[in-house]
Design a protein around this ligand. Structure first.
Ligand code: C5P
Length: 222
């Protein structure tokens, strides 16, 4: 096997994807954003006008599409079949519906299978909510990243500004808390720290500091 499996989990806007990308680059690992996969099927369901509780219909939609990543700067590009959805899946309509779709067991089963396939050869940094607990229970490195709601809302505000999204801070805080609540209380593979995961509170750490800490942990295991 070439390289380790690195699982990075945690609540919304804890900085997982930013750090996961940096770490993947340093080790020449593949980066897989599993949240983007849940966002992509949510985008598809909204496009199709599907009822977001209609598990059978949404599963059918998922079976019909491929979700692909392509390299790009500053972020990877995301495609649903031949349509680029990189920006569309970050819009508030998808963000505020994704927890409803990601709670559907059939959707989780299918995306978990696709994620395991991507991670199979190792040399991967995968971020999400249930990577260390469910998708890759044997990952050599498991990180659980947390930060205060205030800090996460501030970070999201900055990210959004760059994308031209102008949701106010108080609304962002509320949306983050709401998404955490839904993700933590769903029946199938809820957001939870795996028993063997290392908890990293990033509230007062810089991106570089967090990346350095994870890099150290990987080097110890490599
Ligand atoms: O990471 P991101 O915030 O883009 O994830 C969007 C949503 O996708 C989460 O709020 C959660 O509902 C869902 N998700 C999940 N399991 C994962 C990754 C994301 O349920 N492994």
């Amino acid at each position: 096997k070439q390289g380790l499996q690195v699982a990075i989990d945690g609540p919304a806007s804890a900085g997982k994807s930013t750090v996961a990308k940096i770490v993947a680059q340093r080790f020449h690992y593949i980066y897989c954003d599993t949240g983007a996969m849940y966002r992509a099927i949510t985008w598809k369901a909204l496009q199709a006008g599907a009822d977001l509780d209609d598990e059978a219909t949404i599963k059918q939609l998922l079976d019909q599409i491929t979700i692909r990543f392509e390299p790009g700067t500053p972020t990877q590009k995301v495609f649903v079949d031949d349509t680029e959805v990189t920006l569309a899946i970050r819009q508030p309509d998808v963000t505020n519906s994704v927890s409803q779709v990601s709670a559907l067991p059939a959707i989780r089963t299918e995306l978990t299978a696709r994620q395991r396939q991507i991670a199979d050869a190792g040399g991967i940094v995968m971020d999400g909510r249930d990577i260390g607990s469910t998708v890759l229970p044997h990952a050599e490195v498991k990180i659980f990243m947390v930060a205060s709601v205030e800090e996460r809302a501030q970070r999201r505000l900055k990210d959004n500004a760059a994308k031209g999204i102008t949701t106010p801070l108080a609304t962002l805080k509320h949306e983050i808390e709401e998404r955490d609540r839904k993700d933590s209380t769903r029946k199938v593979s809820p957001l939870t720290q795996a028993a063997d995961a290392i908890r990293l509170d990033t509230t007062s750490l810089s991106i570089e500091q967090v990346a350095d800490r994870i890099a150290e942990i990987i080097k110890e295991k490599e």
